[in-house]
Ligand binder design. Structure first.
Ligand SMILES: [Fe+2]
Ligand SMILES: [Fe+2]
Length: 474
């Protein structure tokens, strides 16, 4: 399972032994680099960035750190080692040996799932393309770039599967992945949240906290897959994803810490006075949180979904931590509660458990998010503040599923359309909020300096000081 860095495409899948596949991927590689130059982090091609690169796929010690120029980053194909005698863990093939090749009858379903996951990876790079120009520190700039190069690698992980297992169709999908563009009216990315803008670092931290976490849950469900190459690819992606979530959670924690500090200095929680002092007031943070949370919840799809049931029954997409769950892994006769709007209230209804798998994954995700919010609230509590941050109700501001077109408040009350719109400016970021966050954004690029609205990190990357020169400009 050693990684071959001598070949054009670093890999641990013995690419050299399959010349046809190697050629196809070497053909895709320059197109990928063209895409990176066009849509990757703007103006960054000559920066030396302190990045980690995978050197082995072992749980420990897989990362190597050094300053590299991003176009020279060694994007490659890394799968976790095969588990001996692994069996399909759920659905109608439970107990059968896992598949190393795509079962013919599941081909189009599997391809769709892989393409949908793959599409999110370059999309997020595109969304974050301009953030370098307003980085709050070199430490943060490096983290942004680390996330970006790893999302690029996740694209490689999925394109490898498409090339290796889906023939000509897979190669065409690989090309199309480099042609769609986040937010483009004619050729948008496939999922809504990946066409939203990430215009500032507050949005970036919430995106990595919330939307990368959706990635974690989707990847975790695919890591259970009976299609073993998909399971092994996504397992390694998950090890990279952990850092993205850290960037988000710690970024918001540092904003909260800094705001709290100024609240104490000034003896006020008045947003006007806090804005005059150049920090992000908690109501603004809450509105951004509401927005990013609600658009990310939509990524899980409809509450009741026959597709979700099919993916599970086929053994393609499991539940979060499927193998640790103590049931029959078939879910025959089991049910799961889903919410719906009934007149002016929310009502719970039980549906077949396999039909509710999207909702179940969303609920697992919400619990995980709540953990992060609780940790932010601990900072507020310890600092003596009375305010708290909160996740909006899952029915708030939804565009997909049973709550689409319904009017539910962040605390879960069904209200009239007029009442909802009248209060929306308190719940979602306004143009003025965006303008304020833009106004305090500006690049801070001296080692050891930090934007006024964010506290320094507690520690640096890879045991370096927080004030290390993480990015060198030329
Ligand atoms: Fe990713
Ligand atoms: Fe990520």
């Amino acid at each position: 399972m050693a990684i071959d860095y001598a070949s054009k495409i670093p890999n641990n899948v013995d690419l050299a032994s399959n010349k046809q596949l190697q050629r196809a991927l070497e053909h895709w590689q320059p197109k990928y680099l063209d895409w990176w130059r066009e849509m990757g982090p703007e103006g960054s091609a000559n920066h030396d960035v302190y990045l980690r690169t995978a050197v082995s796929v072992d749980a420990k010690g897989w990362a190597h750190f050094e300053h590299v120029k991003m176009p020279d980053y060694r994007w490659g194909i890394f799968l976790t080692p095969p588990e001996e005698k692994r069996e399909i863990g759920f659905g109608e093939h439970k107990g059968a040996p896992v598949w190393n090749d795509v079962p013919g009858e599941y081909r189009s379903t599997l391809r769709r799932i892989i393409v949908t996951q793959a599409d999110t990876e370059p999309a997020s790079v595109e969304q974050q393309r301009y953030l370098g120009a307003s980085c709050p520190s070199l430490y943060d700039l490096r983290n942004l770039y680390q996330v970006n190069v790893e999302e690029g690698r996740h694209l490689w992980a999925m394109v490898y599967l498409l090339h290796a297992h889906f023939g000509r169709d897979g190669r065409e999908e690989g090309e199309a992945l480099l042609e769609r563009r986040s937010g483009d009216a004619d050729r948008p990315r496939m999922l809504g949240a990946f066409n939203e803008r990430t215009p500032d670092w507050l949005s970036f931290f919430l995106f990595t906290f919330l939307t990368d976490r959706d990635g974690k849950y989707q990847l975790a469900a695919l890591a259970e897959s009976g299609f073993d190459p998909l399971a092994r690819s996504t397992r390694f992606m998950l090890t990279e994803e952990a850092h993205h979530l850290f960037v988000g959670e710690s970024g918001i924690a540092r904003i909260v810490t800094r705001t709290l500090e100024v609240m104490k200095q000034l003896g006020t929680d008045d947003p006007v006075r806090l804005r005059a002092a150049g920090v992000i007031d908690l109501p603004t943070l809450q509105r951004y949180l509401n927005f990013h949370f609600s658009v990310t919840l939509d990524l899980y799809g409809g509450e009741v979904s026959s597709n979700a049931a099919t993916f599970f029954n086929m053994g393609i997409k499991g539940r979060f931590e499927e193998s640790k769950l103590g049931d029959d892994h078939v879910l025959s006769g089991a049910s799961y509660p889903v919410l719906e709007v009934d007149g002016d209230r929310l009502r719970e209804r039980h549906v077949g458990a396999t039909l509710a798998l999207n909702e179940r994954l969303r609920d697992d995700y919400i619990k995980d998010c709540q953990g992060g919010v609780d940790r932010w609230n601990k900072i507020l509590e310890k600092g003596g503040a009375t305010q708290r941050l909160a996740l909006a109700h899952k029915a708030f501001h939804r565009k997909i599923g049973v709550f689409a077109g319904k009017h539910v408040t962040p605390d879960g009350r069904v209200v009239s359309e007029a009442a909802w719109h009248a209060q929306a400016p308190q719940w979602l970021p306004s143009d003025a909020d965006h303008a304020y966050v833009q106004a305090i954004s500006g690049a801070v690029t001296k080692p050891g300096q930090y934007a006024n609205w964010i506290a320094p990190p507690l520690r640096g990357i890879n045991s370096q000081s927080p004030d290390f020169e993480y990015v060198r400009f030329h």
